[in-house]
Design a protein around this ligand. Sequence first.
Ligand SMILES: [Ca+2]
Ligand SMILES: [Ca+2]
Ligand SMILES: [Ca+2]
Ligand SMILES: [Ca+2]
Length: 337
Amino acid sequence: MTSLLFHNNGDGTFTNFSKGSGIAGHLGKSWGVVATDINNDGWMDLFVANDTVPNFLFVNRGGGRFEEIGLEAGTAYSAEGKARSGMGIDSADYNEDGWMDFFLANIDEEIFSLYRNRHDETFDDESMPAGTGMPTRNMSGWGLKFFDYDNDGKLDIICANGFPDDLGEGSSYVRYRQPLLLFQNTGGKFKDVSQQSGPVFSKFFSSRGLAIGDFNNDGGVDVLVLVNNGAPLLLRNNAGRQNHWLGLHLVGKKANRDAVGARVTYRSGDLKRNRMKVGGGSFLSSHDPRMVLGLGKRTKIDFLEVKWPQPSGAIERFTDLPIDRYITIVEGTGKWK
Ligand SMILES: [Ca+2]
Ligand SMILES: [Ca+2]
Ligand SMILES: [Ca+2]
Ligand SMILES: [Ca+2]
């Protein structure tokens, strides 16, 4: 089937723009989607994770037109040229080079994909060298998200897993119920820290959806996991509050209300970070719209800059910011509260 793209008319109605945009010209088995900007041109691009057929990477060429470049970009197939079972997908700049990357869940024996942006609309799958390859090789992943669980300023990854079919398990290594995985970013590489991160990571679940959000507003971003035929899991994050942070609620006025596509740059002493607010991600799940910026042990934010998404693309700069609390910034006001 084709994916569908609806244009928000801004008056409570939508127009089906799948054909005019070029999205409807491609048949897939879309299981996950994330809106991000792969080429830093300010226009939002779309990664569609496809099950058993090539993934799509729709690059927004402006004027409402999307070009599908998955094959040329290196994100359609595995390195061996096989279509994998793409499910959960997310995008973030995990290696802090200013270019948005992807993490994509596949089924067992396929290894999840960590696509590093090469800055020219192509990607390398860094899953093995970066450390996410071996821990995911017997996993079937659904929900996943980049997030800075320990607020040290480096983006970590959580994945919710489970084999799709309880009748036929893939191999002797593959179980229907599978553990959650937590990867800590150690500076462009990932360490599997699941076993040190609480007893829930030693249990097995048939996990499907995963959403992140700070339900108790303490700055530690929590995780909600939906389990097939089981009670949902709410994982309270006890690690995030050990470091300092600033929570941001961005409200678009000219831009879309949730400010999807906003770029946030902040500096705290020797820590300088650029974060993008992506749209969607994970699998059948929607996330807390707020962003949490990790500061580590640093106690002062020197500045924070918000580059609002199209159509304004305006930049607002803030100094004199608090820490360890949430603030709201409304586009065009030049103030936080
Ligand atoms: Ca773009
Ligand atoms: Ca990057
Ligand atoms: Ca981190
Ligand atoms: Ca929390």
